[in-house]
Design a protein around this ligand. Structure first.
Ligand SMILES: *[C@@H]1O[C@H](CO)[C@@H](O)[C@H](O)[C@H]1NC(C)=O
Length: 305
């Protein structure tokens, strides 16, 4: 083994959000509040859905699961990012770095599949309304959730295995606020061109497949809604438009970062903040503000307290 001759990197240094010390101190409060609101908001949605029996339907169970994944996803990066704003040297251990990669891809991949699942649920509800309760029974719903977690897990582990193989011996500065695979790969002391293609296609295939499936189902849904416009389809349309906003917010930045060959660091960082910090907050916000059933359930819960 050659490894014994090389100095093995046991920690990396993150460059953080920006270089200005003042700006970082200034950002501490907004980021802390964002994270707090994300955690409270998502826990609140899960609680409301689990405690209110009128919300015990596949759509809301899936929504509760989405909130739960969002909670986990935001907890991978945001706490460290926020605490790091106070530090001059933002170290992250090798293990910590690998955990971030695992976490982001596990919850991120799971969320993508879950969004597809939610689109499928809406597709059945709107395009096959008479068969809805037989197609989306409790068992099926649990399976769909399980499949999301399993695909997320397999995806994350496959990415991690490839990264763990790499030798790290030289530079260890990552120009970001978390361990993003492309940036970590650049630090490996070997040629990673082939590996880069493998890793990018791993994420690319998952993201593209999910995105195409989402496009197909929402196109179908919107066409159906349009054909039957008048008979109470405005509620369907409003539900679906929240779904579509969430999908665009989630996939927009990811597609931009991974498929667009721009290499402007601040654009990348801005988009990374967007999908790791803001999207997990926006999902609960969008669903609660636009959904009458959830608003009623919240009122009921508050009255009970
Ligand atoms: C996720 O979905 C399953 C299946 O419908 C449901 O039983 C469970 O309560 C949901 N989990 C959360 C955290 O909402």
């Amino acid at each position: 083994m050659e490894d014994t001759n090389q100095t093995i990197v046991s920690e990396f240094i993150l460059q953080g959000l920006c270089t200005s010390k003042k700006l970082q101190t200034f950002l501490l409060l907004p980021f802390s509040i964002l994270y707090l609101v994300t955690v409270v908001g998502n826990i609140f949605i899960v609680t409301v859905i689990i405690t209110d029996h009128r919300l015990h339907s596949p759509m809301y169970f899936l929504l509760a699961n989405l909130s739960f994944i969002d909670l986990c996803l935001s907890s991978v990066n945001t706490p460290k990012l926020t605490i790091d704003l106070l530090k001059d040297n933002k170290f992250i251990s090798f293990g910590g770095c690998m955990s971030q990669i695992l976490g982001v891809h596990f919850f991120g991949g799971g969320e993508m599949v879950l969004l597809v699942t939610m689109a499928y649920d809406r597709y059945v509800a709107i395009c096959r309304p008479l068969h809805y309760s037989s197609i989306m029974d409790r068992q099926k719903c649990i399976w769909l959730v399980l499949i999301s977690w399993i695909i997320g897990f397999v995806h994350a582990v496959s990415q991690l295995i490839l990264i763990l193989e790499l030798p790290f011996c030289g530079p260890r500065v990552i120009d970001s606020f978390f361990c993003d695979i492309p940036l970590v790969m650049k630090l490996a002391c070997m040629n990673t061109d082939t590996l880069e293609i493998v890793i990018k296609s791993d994420s690319g295939v998952l993201a593209t497949t999910c995105f195409i499936l989402l496009l197909i189902s929402y196109t179908y849904i919107l066409l159906t809604v349009q054909r039957h416009s008048k008979d109470g389809s405005s509620k369907a349309l409003s539900t679906c438009s929240s779904h579509i906003i969430v999908v665009v917010l989630f996939f927009g930045p990811i597609i931009f970062i991974y498929l667009w060959p721009v290499n402007i660091t601040w654009v990348d960082k801005f988009l990374a903040v967007f999908y790791t910090v803001l999207t997990p907050l926006l999902n609960p916000a969008i669903y609660t503000l636009r959904n009458k059933d959830i608003k009623n359930a919240i009122k009921k819960l508050i009255n009970h307290m």
